[in-house]
Design a protein around this ligand. Structure first.
Ligand code: NAP
Length: 413
């Protein structure tokens, strides 16, 4: 029972059995439209999704969309200060898979960010960001097509867990004093933060990344860390990652050491190479030898930086999708913000939410739908019929509105 939501009369629930999703032909999927440019983006995206599903399955499957609220729209429906109503959390828990547009981060109040709050409440521990180039998209590097990676960023720990105190506060002073008792010195006028990285948190993200590589027939998983400096956090992340792989995926994984010691540098058929790179070196590697990497798994802060750097390398954030996934729930989302200056102007690029939808359809096992959407998007870009952000960088391109771009994608499916 919801306070203010009414689930669609038609459609069925996605369920989980033995750790796997069971997806009906008419799943109900909750969506959060998003603030600012969110409504323009969502209208366009939903048309693209429905058209692709209809084309893929000739009416045998369909999505029943269920609007749930967060952000500014939630204030209108639920009243002052209710940025993230319990209804929304309950609906995502009930229906398991959801998708959202960008949300305004409330200024003041108790919530740091609605996105962070959603991740925490639902324990969406894996932030999954695939980064690839679409032919024709202007990019700052010579061969953007060589980068095609999927980044698994740990979402709940590290310096992002919000355990920090301002310089001069009572708490900072106490902590500095405590650390002094352990024989370590921190300058008295320091702000202090804590960087927790647990075995539990490290294992579950590495497990998810390896399982993803297995499911997709990929050949390489790379642990990215700064363990040479932060030995007991980032270094431990690396160690626990290798241990987990040896324990749970021994028949599938070959480490870089074994590759040379036992297999003369040639990966045996059907195996996955598990290696690791130090974070700073990885930024170089992804620029210089991007085609040597496939799946990347990394703690929170590295993952944040790497995702945006990779997205920039292939032409920017307007086309970068993301998903936040736990063992139970998944919320797919735009990776950009609300771009409020373009709100209700029907100009913004809906590509990030549309490609997040592709991830969602793949997650549901509806791969045909994802393929059609990608084909449509590639077609629109190849014809240089794109939104302003791409048009301004593509000589000879035609500038389309958000809604027109959606129609163009549909026409090219
Ligand atoms: P932003 O909304 O991402 O916008 C910054 C600039 O990025 C825009 O002015 C635009 O650049 C470009 N851009 C963003 N989305 C685009 C799209 N779909 N297509 C084309 N260009 C796009 O960042 P912000 O202005 O810093 O943040 C605004 C609000 O969003 C804040 O409240 C912030 O907290 C929130 N936010 C939410 C999320 C999320 O929900 N996941 C993420 C980040 C920020 P040009 O003007 O150069 O065209």
């Amino acid at each position: 029972m919801y306070e203010k939501l009414t689930a669609p009369a038609k459609g069925s629930k996605i369920t989980v059995a033995e750790g796997r999703l069971v997806v009906p032909d008419d799943p109900i999927i909750p969506f959060i439209e998003g603030d600012g440019t969110g409504p323009d983006i969502w209208r366009a995206s939903q048309r693209v999704f429905d058209a692709a599903v209809a084309k893929a399955y000739s009416g045998k499957k369909r999505i029943e969309w269920f609007e749930v609220y967060a952000g500014e729209k939630s204030l209108k429906v639920y009243g002052e200060n209710v940025w993230l109503p319990d209804d929304t959390i309950a609906a995502i828990k009930d229906y398991i898979v959801a998708i959202k547009g960008p949300l305004t981060t409330p200024v003041g109040g108790g919530i740091r960010s609605l996105n962070v709050a959603l991740r925490q409440v639902l324990d969406l521990y894996a932030c999954v960001r695939p980064v690839r180039w679409f032919e024709g998209v202007p990019a700052p590097v010579k061969e953007p097509g060589k980068l095609n990676v999927i980044i698994f960023r740990e979402n709940t720990e590290d310096v992002y867990s919000g355990i920090e105190w301002k310089a001069g506060s009572v708490e900072a002073a106490k902590l500095i004093e405590f650390v002094k008792g352990l024989g370590k010195n921190i300058r008295h006028d320091s702000g202090v933060g804590i960087k927790p990285i647990s075995k539990y948190g490290s294992e579950r993200i590495v497990r998810k990344a390896i399982q993803y590589a297995i499911d997709r027939g990929l050949k390489m998983v790379t642990i990215v860390h700064k363990g040479n400096i932060m030995k007991f956090t980032e270094g431990a992340f690396r160690e626990w990652g290798y241990e987990l792989a040896a324990k749970e995926f021994a028949d599938k994984i070959v480490t870089e050491k074994d590759l040379w010691d036992k297999f003369e540098g040639k990966l045996p058929a059907g195996k996955i190479l598990l290696n690791d790179r130090i974070a700073d070196a990885m930024f170089q590697q992804l620029l210089l030898r991007p085609d040597e990497y496939e799946v990347i798994v990394t703690p929170n802060l590295n993952g944040d930086y790497l995702s945006d750097a990779c997205a920039a390398q292939v032409g920017g954030l307007g086309l970068a999708p993301g998903g936040n996934i736990s063992d139970a729930y998944a919320v797919f989302e735009a990776t950009h913000g609300t771009a409020p200056k373009y709100a209700d102007k029907d100009v913004i690029n809906p590509g990030s939410v549309i490609l997040s939808g592709v991830m969602m359809f793949e997650y549901l096992g509806w791969n045909e739908v994802g393929k059609l959407i990608v084909k449509g998007l590639e077609g629109a870009i190849a014809k240089k019929r794109v939104t302003y952000d791409l048009e301004r960088q593509m000589p000879g391109a035609t500038k389309l509105k958000t809604s027109e771009f959606a129609s163009e994608i549909i026409a090219n499916m």
